[in-house]
Write a protein that binds this ligand. Sequence first.
Ligand code: FE2
Ligand code: FE2
Length: 139
Amino acid sequence: MASKQLMTKMNEGLADELQVSIQYMWQHVMWKGVKGFAIKDELKKIAVEEMKHAEAIAERLTYLGGMPTTKPEPIFVGKTLKDMMTTDKKDEEGAIKLYKQVIEMAEKEGDVVSKKLFEGILADEEEHHDLFSSLLEEI
Ligand SMILES: [Fe+2]
Ligand SMILES: [Fe+2]
């Protein structure tokens, strides 16, 4: 089935998903001001999407015989909207880079289902990245 190396990469992605699902949900909870009001619902929606990514990756890892991590990467909530959006944009960039690697590795190993899974997740991350980038221009 999948190589150890590929499963390690998938677990790195899972740790990132756990991190941002909490991070975005807490940014949603701690919104302030007019600009915060404008994006609070969107942050919640994205937080839920990230948790669904975490679930899907954990299920795939379990199927492949791996052990899905329960440990998120360090969570950064931030105090100002600018801090939040700057960090969130960077985190999405990290996810995009990582998932491109996962897709490439899965393709090389003939793991069609993992490849397809991460292509779908990658498309979501690009949407998130687009949103955070646009919001950052307005802050
Ligand atoms: Fe995600
Ligand atoms: Fe994302």
